[in-house]
Design a protein around this ligand. Structure first.
Ligand SMILES: O=C[C@H](O)COP(=O)(O)O
Length: 247
């Protein structure tokens, strides 16, 4: 039995005031305890989020981490620093990192190793572009991203995979429940062949324009165990509704 997980990726949004307001509303809201919930603010808002969420059921994560442990890496933040701060989670390989920061699968693999070594729970993002889907390459792209990030690791306990079709991110276009389920089932089958992964126990999240109105039908699919939510995670009542749809 996989516990549902809903994580909010706040991307590059927020101020001290809005983080306080959003988390205040979420902490006061009624979210079922059968769903695991996490929020991922910017680096600069992590300490505030951790302080506000301390003692609550809401976990806190970062949106990225460095592949390196320490040293002359200007602008980078090490996984060990995030763990030391108290973070639970880290998102890795988000398509925006792949597209705007040229992150390769091998770099993401190194970040994954650093995150696991630091004791963080990684949410590894995979997903195809619209052109790749239209060319019938969605499964091949996802398989290559999984292999590129996961091959060679021996400790992958607790790994979470987020399937985020790039064409559905922030566009209002959501994969149909059937499209999402097909790829999620494919990912689970691929994971069965990866050393160190218990495919049946691995939580697979869907991401891409998840809203209160479509969350229920997505979560009803056999291999969709929750969501990585962008825009709707910035609206407390929408995020609460999505969490409760997963419960
Ligand atoms: O990490 C989250 C995804 O990029 C989804 O973003 P979105 O819900 O705004 O489409």
């Amino acid at each position: 039995m996989r516990q549902p997980l809903v994580a909010g990726n706040w991307k590059m949004h927020g101020s001290r005031e809005s983080v306080g307001t959003l988390l205040g509303a979420l902490l006061a809201s009624d979210i079922a305890d059968t769903v695991e919930v996490a929020v991922c603010p910017t680096y600069v808002h992590l300490a505030q989020a951790l302080e506000l969420c301390a003692g609550s059921a809401i976990g806190v994560g970062a949106q990225d981490c460095s592949h390196a442990e320490a040293g002359a890496y200007t602008g980078e933040v090490a996984a060990t620093m995030l763990a030391d701060l108290g973070c639970d989670w880290v998102i890795l390989g988000h398509s925006e990192r792949r597209a705007y920061h040229n992150e390769s699968d091998s770099l993401i693999s190194a970040k994954l190793a650093a995150a696991i070594e630091a004791g963080l729970k990684p949410v590894l993002c995979v997903g195809e572009t619209r052109e790749q889907r239209e060319a019938g390459e969605a499964e091949a792209v996802v398989a290559a991203q999984l292999a590129g990030a996961l091959d060679g690791h021996s400790k992958l306990d607790g790994l979470v995979i987020a399937y985020e079709p790039v064409w559905a991110i922030g566009t209002g276009l959501t994969a149909t429940p059937e499209q999402a389920q097909d790829i999620h089932a494919f990912i689970r089958a691929e994971l069965a062949g990866v050393t160190g992964v218990n495919a049946d126990a691995t939580r697979l999240l869907y991401g891409g324009s998840v809203k209160p109105g479509n969350a229920g039908e997505l979560f009803a699919q056999a291999d969709i165990d929750g969501a990585l939510v962008g825009g709707a995670a910035l609206v407390a009542e929408d995020f609460q509704a999505i969490c409760n749809a997963a419960a």
